[in-house]
Design a protein around this ligand. Structure first.
Ligand code: IPM
Ligand code: MG
Length: 360
């Protein structure tokens, strides 16, 4: 039976990087006879312009019906002035929440060829392989009440609610421990339990679930220290598990260790392993339409999709090896360029990966 993938290119650089990722997906699909059918839909600013809302019902209905979703990036200054509930990012948050994609996997792996592109010294980052497991459908991103209200004295006050239920923590804990089993068997849970009650409970539940995994070493760290350790001694980490907001922040920091956020893919999974796949970076309005965007994070997201949802580890590996091969060839988009390498544009990078896939 064919597998269906919904492609949501999104905004600004979204369509540019998606064009390259789709080429690569179609190539592996033919090569490995995967019988993948693509559908296209609108999300974010593109949907707002066309349908008046950032997540149209039709997109959501299709998203529910397919096996996997491939997303570019959403948002940008064009929609800065729209009402808060119509912002493109709201479409992204809504689709994550509606599909209960609670488990966000953000692997920060340093390709040895890019050691010079990292802002840290090569010896600090060489061999880096961290998996950030970010809770994606709870925490302060979704907590109610939220809003901006006017106080009695006439001053305005912004407020959000940071909360996690035991079951929300439990399911992300299980995901993190299960993933650690396939790696170096270490989980570091990131919280702020010296200040925030919500994360006192988070830590307790992590400990509880950890008892089911005696083979996994569990440690805890405060988020401020985690940020410091990430830039000081990042190789100490294997799996890091954390809440929505801390995960958002730490994954950007971890991305830079690998040379560029343009290299970082992600998977967002539900309880059944169905998922949405997207690069960790945003829609980069400043470089849109100039051929400067790095398509590799999206191409590597296709690899994650093949591995986690479409059941083809072989095709996934072929893509990952092909990315490594083009880096070996010295090809670099501007974000990962350094002396002695060859500067290429978005299309050239995509075509090079495609050629490597076809040659594999
Ligand atoms: C990410 C992004 C999103 C988030 C934005 C675009 C809403 O930064 O996926 O990390 O904060 O989750
Ligand atoms: Mg982010």
């Amino acid at each position: 039976m064919s597998k269906k993938v919904l492609v949501l290119p999104g905004d600004y650089i979204g369509p540019e990087i998606m064009t390259e990722a789709v080429k690569v997906l179609q190539a592996v699909s033919e090569k490995f006879e995967l019988d993948i059918e693509l559908e296209y839909g609108l999300l974010g600013g593109a949907a707002l312009d066309e349908c008046g809302v950032p997540l149209p019902d039709e997109t959501l209905a299709r998203a529910r019906a397919v096996d996997a979703i491939l997303l570019g990036a959403v948002g940008g200054p064009k929609w800065d002035k729209v009402e808060r509930h119509l912002r493109p990012e709201r479409g992204l948050l809504a689709i994550r929440s509606e599909l209960q994609l609670f488990g966000n996997l953000r692997p920060a792996i340093l390709y040895p060829q890019l050691a010079a592109a990292s802002s840290l010294k090569p010896e600090i980052v060489s061999g880096l392989d961290i998996l950030i497991v970010r809770e994606l459908t709870g925490g302060i991103y979704f907590g109610e009440p939220r809003g901006i209200r006017t106080l009695e004295n006439g001053e305005r006050e912004g407020f959000n609610t940071y909360k996690y239920s035991e079951s929300e923590v439990r399911r992300i804990a299980h995901l993190a421990f299960d993933l650690a089993r396939k790696r170096d068997k270490r989980v570091c849970s990131v919280d702020k339990s010296n200040v925030l009650e919500a994360t006192v409970l988070w830590r307790e539940v992590m400990e509880e679930v950890g008892k089911d995994y005696p083979d996994i070493e569990l440690s805890h760290i405060y988020v401020d220290n985690a940020a410091m350790q990430l830039v000081m001694q990042p190789k100490q980490f294997d799996v890091m598990v954390t809440g929505n907001m801390f995960g958002d922040i730490l994954s950007d920091a971890a991305a830079m260790l690998t040379g560029s956020i343009g290299m970082l893919p992600s998977a967002s999974l539900d309880q059944e392993g169905r998922g949405m796949y997207e690069p960790c970076h945003g829609s980069a309005p400043d470089i849109a339409g100039q051929g400067k965007a790095n398509p590799l994070a999206t191409i590597l997201s296709v690899a994650m999709m093949l591995r986690y949802t479409l059941g083809s580890a072989e095709a996934a590996q072929t893509i990952e090896d092909s990315v490594s091969a083009v880096l070996d060839q010295g090809l670099r988009t501007p974000d990962i360029f350094s002396d002695g390498t060859t500067l290429v544009n978005t299309t050239q990078m995509g075509e090079a990966v495609l050629a490597a896939v076809l040659a594999a």
